[in-house]
Design a protein around this ligand. Structure first.
Ligand code: NAG
Ligand code: NAG
Ligand code: NAG
Ligand code: NAG
Ligand code: NAG
Length: 487
């Protein structure tokens, strides 16, 4: 049997940031659209087929540890360059890798940079984040190596890379603009904040710059986004399933929902209930995001829920479709198997991103999408303890209690009070992550927030499409203006 883990923080597994976390294959938010472009959904990390015109991967030897002078080890960091639009003197657009592998399409048209580049004669470069894809120091994800996986080290990698690249391509005084969305969106803003000498402007899309250990608001925003009657439908399903489990009908529940394994312990129950939240979260987070990434949208999903003659069966059918979409033959339900899967991930495995991302959540970000708020329709068995347990069980040592260092991250980067300039931060009103984004220009700072009405996660970072929401179009105009302003 295959255990599938998707998503961002662990538990988040999420994919980028939806829950169903530790449990499913995680891939970067930014790669979502790659999957939409023809790749089978069962291979979340696969890119479209390589084209003969694709730029080759290039490599830079970066420092494994930027903060220990006694450690001179290096690792190979992957990058791709597209110089088709470049005229020397034009700016360099730096696309930052996030919590997943990068691919040639990062510089050949997956993102809006390829739309902006011809306007400015820009050079496009994408660089991979350490410990994702082919850029893994020491070649494996053992806990003793993951100590080198931190925001600080990743930002120093990017800064070092810029220095190297300036010489290699002889870019002289060219201006540098960094781009990122979701996790790499906050990296983009932070790179400008920490290295204003290297980065002249930053585009940071759907960047949840405010770290929180417990993130119950995620499900609240999901609930608001689907609306009261759809949310009541989901709450009823949660209650029905919970009652059955409380009556000892676990086997019946497992059978109905095509669970991968028997639902036995409390941790299995949380694992299973978290799996049931995954489909709806994913639909909401990527609703009409212009990538045709998901298999339905909020309106169609809620109509289906409300019009089905048998609510339970309607939801089961939806859940089965979500499993198929996310590449899982069944609904994840065994806590122990999830942990074992995470413990044993081979870094050569394309799905290894979930282990790296879980490490980042356990040590720095938290963002556990718990079900503890009364104003949301999912299960209250999805607790903070459940996530924290998982960190210890996956990474060890036994008994160690992981505490994401969110206070340090807030101190180091300023959270929503980020003090910098030439940064545009867009977020979508229906995206649950927008709750942690910047919505007001911080005092004494000139960061420009943009709220996209009806916008999903990262919507304006992709190439323009005919049916883009008006606010998405406007957000791009603001970004173009920012780039003009710094040149
Ligand atoms: C650069 O991107 C364009 C699409 O925007 C593509 O047609 C071109 O082949 C790319 N060039 C290189 C060198 O990859
Ligand atoms: C940056 O964004 C990602 C989600 O996109 C989040 O998981 C991570 O915790 C964020 N970092 C901080 C410090 O908020
Ligand atoms: C939502 O999905 C339904 C069913 O797939 C589709 O008919 C409809 O056009 C979609 N809505 C939008 C705005 O794309
Ligand atoms: C709640 O779900 C049960 C089980 O599917 C169903 O019989 C009942 O009609 C639902 N109630 C509402 C108000 O949707
Ligand atoms: C990666 O995940 C996909 C989708 O869940 C799965 O089909 C594939 O077998 C996994 N690959 C490996 C090497 O485990």
């Amino acid at each position: 049997m295959r255990i599938v883990i998707l998503l961002l923080c662990l538990l988040l597994g999420s994919l980028s940031l939806t829950n169903a976390g530790f449990l499913r294959n995680h891939d970067s938010t930014l790669n979502k659209g790659l999957r939409a472009r023809g790749a089978p959904s069962s291979s979340p990390l696969s890119d479209r087929r390589p084209l003969p015109t694709d730029p080759p991967a290039q490599w830079f030897n970066n420092q494994v540890d930027h903060y220990n002078p006694l450690n001179t080890e290096t690792f190979k960091q992957r990058y791709y360059v597209n110089d088709t639009y470049w005229t020397p003197g034009g700016p360099v657009f730096l696309v930052l890798g996030g919590e997943g592998p990068i691919s040639p399409s990062y510089v050949t048209g997956h993102f809006v940079v390829n739309y902006y580049a011809p306007m400015f004669d820009a050079l496009i470069v994408a660089v991979e984040h350490r410990f994702y894809g082919a850029s893994t120091p020491k070649g494996n994800l053992a806990t003793e190596n993951l100590k080198y996986l931190s925001t600080q080290q990743a930002l120093a990698d990017y800064a070092n890379f810029v220095q190297f690249f300036k010489q290699k391509y002889n870019t002289g005084d060219s201006k540098w603009v960094s781009f990122g969305g979701s996790y790499s969106g906050n990296l983009s803003a932070w790179l400008r904040l920490k290295y204003p000498n290297l980065i002249d402007a930053a585009i940071a899309t759907s960047a949840p710059v405010k770290p929180v250990v417990d993130f119950p608001e995620y499900f609240e925003v999901v609930s608001n986004s689907i609306g009261p009657s759809c949310s009541a439908f989901v709450a009823n399903i949660t209650k029905t399933v919970t009652d059955m489990i409380n009556n000892g009908q676990n086997d019946q529940v497992a059978k109905l929902f095509n669970a991968c394994d028997p639902i036995v312990s409390d941790l299995d129950i949380a694992t299973f209930m978290e799996s049931l939240s995954g489909g709806i979260s994913e639909i909401v987070q990527y609703n009409l995001d212009n990538n045709a990434y998901t298999f339905t949208n909020i309106t169609a999903m809620c109509e289906e829920f409300e019009q089905g003659s048998d609510p339970m069966q309607t939801f089961i059918d939806f859940n089965n479709r979500y499993n198929t979409f996310s590449g899982s033959p069944c609904t994840l339900s065994s806590y122990e198997k999830s942990v074992i899967y995470q413990q044993n991930i081979d870094p050569a495995n394309v799905n290894a991103s979930s282990r790296s991302w879980n490490w980042q959540c356990c040590t720095e970000y938290g963002y556990y999408q718990t079900g503890e708020s009364p104003s949301q329709p999912f299960s209250s068995t999805i607790t903070l303890d459940y996530f924290i347990n998982m960190c210890t069980d996956v990474f060890g040592p036994e008994g160690f209690v992981y505490k994401p260092q969110v206070d340090y991250i807030i101190t180091d980067y300023g959270s929503t009070n980020i003090q910098s300039s030439n940064i545009v931060m867009a977020s979508g009103t229906i995206d649950p992550w927008s709750f942690l984004g910047v919505h007001q220009t911080p005092l004494k700072s000139s960061v420009q927030p943009i709220l996209i009405q009806g916008g999903a996660h990262c919507s304006e970072l992709y190439m323009p499409k005919e049916h883009d929401l008006p606010d998405v179009v406007t957000a791009r105009l603001v970004e173009i203006q920012l780039i003009k302003d710094i040149l």
